[in-house]
Ligand binder design. Sequence first.
Ligand SMILES: *Cc1c(COP(=O)(O)O)cnc(C)c1O
Length: 218
Amino acid sequence: MKRRIEELKAELPGQVTLVAVTKTHTVEQIKEAYDAGLRDFGENKVQEMIEKQPQLPTDVRWHLIGHLQRNKVKYIASFVHLVHSIDSLKILEEINKQAAKNERIIDCLLQIHIAEEETKFGLTRTEATHLLDSPQFKQMKNISICGLMGMATFTDDEHQVKKEFSNLKKIFDHLKSTRFSSEASFKTLSMGMSGDYHLAIEEGSTMVRIGTAIFGSR
Ligand SMILES: *Cc1c(COP(=O)(O)O)cnc(C)c1O
């Protein structure tokens, strides 16, 4: 695993953050990745994250990358580093509330639906702008929107995947210039997984979420 991590790190451009996706993998495997120098770990389920978090050093940055339910926010609000999967105003309201209780600001990404598959979560570009322009959002004091996340269609068609990532980058640039022009914290474009991170980086990704290429298949 150490070699795979070193190869990946050498391959990724300096401005791209590597989030190691640890879902279904054991604490021992995560510790091995930690010892190889990784600090950013991504889980897609709250339950799994809260089981693992106390067993790892406190300087781990925990990323919630899967769909988040409102009744689970309270379990991660004290420590989560970045929530990638904001797909409604309602979930943001709950995160804002729990962040306030913990006297912190929680960094979040809006998940944008870019894939062809109907099953993938996420907001359309229009929904995202409506959310950002809503009075409810503007009142939230304990949320920082730091960028966008998206998942491409699961396909061998590289042209299709590239087109979807390029579309996400366009939405990112548009929101940055129209809604976040004075906010340096809007800078993260989370796109790219084991099978498509090369394409994502070509299209402007600043954060890749990689499981299989580090830990092997699940
Ligand atoms: C599982 C998962 C990944 C990582 O997938 P790999 O193909 O194993 O690299 C990335 N992002 C999300 C949202 C995931 O659920």
